[in-house]
Design a protein around this ligand. Structure first.
Ligand code: GLU
Length: 596
């Protein structure tokens, strides 16, 4: 065959390829407009069975992993009809706000990491809650300037930051959505109107929080009707939430930030019986989603990318990986105390930097590049060349990079939250961690049928330490430092792993453990999601009860670590993209992967 002929054939092939993509996309849009509101009739038994057997879900075209079956199902329906990862995420988030209201929802905030397959670019969206303009820096202190007790601050209106989730959904949809906005609301509306099955997790969370949930009439009536916590398995309706969703479906996020839904939020916060807050109309009006550069590091030929400040998630994960990279944890393996000495102390070194340098970058100049610089991390890793635990952990010295004289403080972060991982038929990948902070947030429910966050308690309660301002102290318009670490990992410029987890500041350790399981120990997505945890942030080594790691206690103690056993409540949701898509969801939670 002549060269000319070959080139001709090649040209035709390329042209038909693009034609195919074009038709395919156009078809997807047309089809998507016709999606019917019935709940996707997918049988989840086989997916659950595989999860219970510890096996990954395998699919070819698309996959979604969320913390709840109902949410995964509606997202699966959207994906199966040609919706993008963002379309599916929106429908899942709206359902999560109904079926897992204790963890995330319209009254909260989220961070989204998105790989766009048409540009091969990763973008991050910051939909973090924001401190109202009228906050007082002493609001979480007693008259003597001492920090008040954590839960005294959580419950009520004071802890409520301006919610970011509705704006983030809308912003992401405008950028990367394909299916009509209102259609994405249909399943959630139907579930709220006709009722959904109360899950075991929701029921037991209500049980554990009975006292605080009973403090506000509306919250109590919904979660504890007749003074009894809702039981698992019953059908529950949330007509108020359905009404809110109908309003947003019709008018976008406007009624939330500039209308009746917003007025109800403000009324709930300002007139809270306990700790009335200062959130008002101008805070809602001023709210904006911020597009930020991802924070990435190359770890053993993989590029690990996540959410930069105001989250400490990606920087801290990347610092830990950057130090661990100097050791062969693949050869040492998961059962070796040496492996865990390295991981634990690398984490302590990273948390020392986190405490002092990471907060909202729009208020202090976080030295993000310097903190994740490979040479810096190689030097930091020299501290790990020892047979024992590091006795004296100090942060690296970047004082000159700070915009003021800042210092550290340990903010209290307890676990709740939810994570969503999605790959769509177009090859887009999405990783989003979404929260209302504490379980049931501030415990305040609006007339609109959703809970309000307590995200402001992620700020340090104190403002100064040794006459230096604390980096993560509260200021008007500032976003509290987070630990959420939605992550996308690339290999040869294409996504290979999508993951994230709830869990307060333990999120960082959960995500690191999963990444090492996937990359160094070559575990599949389900095994990595259920990997045993050992977490060391500030000195004490916490080891997960009833796992193989318990056996390491003695050796770690010999290395001078103080060791304690405990349970962990990670909720890792992972997708691995290889020849097929492989999904895994943490056995510790109710999450489920669905794919086709
Ligand atoms: N508010 C926490 C954060 O942003 C998340 C809460 C959690 O995961 O429990 O880091």
């Amino acid at each position: 065959m002549s060269y000319i002929k070959l080139i001709k054939i090649f040209k035709i092939k390329i042209l038909s390829f693009f034609l195919f993509i074009f038709i395919n996309n156009a078809f997807a849009v047309q089809q998507s407009d016709k999606i019917k509101p019935e709940i996707f009739n997918i049988n989840t038994d086989k997916f659950l069975k595989l999860k219970n057997e510890g096996k990954p879900i395998i699919a070819r075209k698309w996959m979604v992993v969320t913390a709840n079956q109902q949410a995964s199902k509606v997202a699966a329906k959207i994906l199966s009809k040609g919706g993008t990862a963002v379309d599916a995420m929106i429908s899942a988030q709206l359902v999560l706000g109904l079926v897992e209201p204790e963890s995330s929802g319209l009254g909260g905030g989220a961070f989204l990491v998105y790989f766009n397959s048409s540009t091969n670019k990763i973008t991050t969206l910051d939909g973090r809650e924001t401190a109202p303009l009228n906050v007082d820096e002493k609001m979480f202190q007693d008259p003597n300037g001492k920090a008040i007790k954590f839960f005294d601050a959580v419950v009520g209106g004071k802890s409520v930051g301006t919610p970011g989730t509705p704006a983030l959904l809308e912003n992401a949809h405008k950028k990367w959505g394909k299916i009509k906005w209102s259609i994405l609301f249909e399943d959630a509306i139907e579930l709220a109107d006709k009722g959904f099955v109360v899950s075991k997790k929701l029921s037991s969370s209500i049980q554990k929080n009975q006292k605080s949930l009973s403090k506000f009439k509306r919250t109590k009536n919904y979660f504890l009707p007749n003074n009894e916590p809702l039981k698992a398995g019953i059908i529950l309706k949330n007509k108020n939430y359905a009404k809110t969703l109908k309003e947003l479906a019709k008018n976008g996020s406007k009624p939330f930030y500039q209308g009746s839904i917003g007025d109800e939020i403000i009324d709930t916060v300002q007139n809270a019986k306990i700790n009335p807050g200062v959130l008002d109309q101008k805070d809602l009006l001023n709210y904006s989603v911020i597009e930020r550069e991802p924070s990435c590091i190359v770890y053993r030929k993989y590029k690990v990318c996540g959410m930069g400040p105001p989250s400490s998630g990606a920087i801290t994960v990347n610092q830990i990986l950057g130090m661990i990279e100097n050791f062969n944890v693949s050869k040492l393996g998961p059962y070796n105390p040496e492996t865990w000495r390295i991981i634990g102390d690398a984490s302590r070194l990273a948390f020392a930097d986190r405490s002092i340098y990471i907060a909202d970058d729009d208020f202090i100049s976080v030295p993000t590049r310097e903190l994740t610089n490979k040479t810096y991390l190689q030097n930091r890793a020299k501290n790990l060349n020892s047979l024992k635990k590091i006795e004296n952990i100090k942060p690296g010295n970047f004082e000159d990079k700070l915009s003021q004289n800042f210092t550290d403080d340990i903010s209290i972060e307890l676990p709740s939250t939810s994570h969503i991982s999605i790959v769509d038929v177009y090859g887009n990948a999405l990783s989003m961690t979404t929260t209302i902070e504490n379980g049931f947030g501030s415990r305040l429910m609006t007339k609109g049928g959703f809970l309000l966050n307590n995200e402001l308690t992620d700020f340090s309660f104190k403002t100064y330490k040794n006459n230096k301002r604390i980096a993560n102290s509260i200021e008007p318009g500032k976003r509290p430092r987070s630990s959420m670490a939605p992550t996308i990992i690339l290999k040869d410029k294409k996504p290979i792993y999508i993951l994230g987890s709830p869990g307060g500041s333990n999120i960082i350790g959960y995500v690191v453990n999963a990444i090492i399981s996937l990359i160094d120990w070559k575990q599949d997505a389900q095994r990595a999601a259920s990997t045993a945890h050992a977490i060391n942030k500030f000195g004490t080594y916490y080891i997960e009860k009833n796992t193989h790691l318990v056996k390491l206690q003695k050796s770690l103690k010999k290395m001078n670590f103080e060791v304690k056993l405990r349970n962990f409540s990670s909720g890792l949701n992972i997708i691995h993209i290889d020849k097929n898509l492989y999904g895994g969801s943490d056995h510790r939670r109710e999450g489920i992967a669905i794919g086709e």
